[in-house]
Design a protein around this ligand. Structure first.
Ligand code: SAM
Length: 248
């Protein structure tokens, strides 16, 4: 396992997997932008990009898009799939303008829809009319806001959907909480405790190469799912042309 003795040889820089899917120079331009502070880490974007390529989701929500460092990467993955839509919530005027310009520059506007809304705004439900496959929650880090956003995500997420939460690192999460109440990490632990239909994985620093940490949650009652599949042929078998799922 990784220990302090390995730190120098291992290094701390994560290589981006998505660079060749973005226009030349855009990554550096976004990184150097005067409003870049607060952007997601490369490892987080790698994870989002790979999940989208691997799972070909139809609908994604990003809560807290900032200037779009994660949005353009997710948009590039959707464009590569030629399928799917990302809604990006960003309520701050100045960030929203920059977000829109970077979405355009990245050439992903066909798949990415920035919405100038808080997660608490009821108008969100005019846009999201069916359960979501993925949600990337990266907004307000105080406990009560995070708890409200996790509850909203639970309501909006489809069965077997994935929620990815940033800023759940064991030390950082508490430090980022203005209510001094443990932040996003504690909100997730409290919300998911006793819920056997929510499977939570924390990717923890230093194995996860960023102190902000990351968490994955799937909405999946594993025991009852096995029982359900025994009863009938799953509908998706009829759609899988490659035969990888077996015959219907
Ligand atoms: C850490 S930044 C997001 C970084 C971005 N996801 C990325 O990949 O680079 C957090 C953003 O969340 C926004 N925000 C704060 N509260 C929000 C809320 N309730 N709903 C939506 N966005 C929110 C802030 O304006 C800020 O731009």
């Amino acid at each position: 396992m990784i220990s302090k003795n390995d730190y120098d040889a291992r290094g701390w820089d994560v290589l981006p997997v998505y660079s060749s899917w973005l226009p030349d120079g855009l990554e550096n331009e976004m990184k150097a932008h005067p409003e870049a502070a607060g952007e997601s880490a490369v490892g987080t974007r790698n994870l989002l990009f790979s999940l989208i390529l691997s799972m070909r989701p139809k609908s994604i929500l990003e809560i807290g898009a900032h200037i779009g460092s994660g949005s353009v990467v997710m948009g590039a993955a959707l464009r590569a799939n030629g399928f799917g839509n990302l809604y990006c919530l960003e309520p701050a005027d100045h960030y929203f303008k920059i977000l829109n310009s970077f979405v355009d520059k990245a050439g992903v506007a066909e798949h990415v829809q920035p919405l100038k809304l808080f997660s608490t705004d009821r108008a969100l439900l005019e846009h999201i009319t069916e359960p979501l496959d993925m949600i990337f929650l990266d907004a307000n880090h105080t406990y009560s806001h995070a708890l409200a956003d996790i509850k909203l995500s639970d309501q909006l997420l489809a069965a077997n959907g994935i929620l990815i939460l940033d800023d759940v690192g064991p030390v950082m999460s508490a430090e980022m909480c203005k209510e001094n109440n443990g932040g996003v990490r504690q909100a997730l632990i409290d919300y998911a405790s006793g819920r056997d239909d929510l499977q939570v994985i924390f990717l923890e620093p230093p194995f996860w190469l960023n102190p902000c940490g990351i968490a994955l949650v799937t909405k999946q009652a594993i025991v009852s799912r096995l029982a359900r599949e025994e009863k009938k042929v799953p509908f998706w078998r009829q759609f899988a042309k490659s035969g990888v799922f077996g015959k219907a």
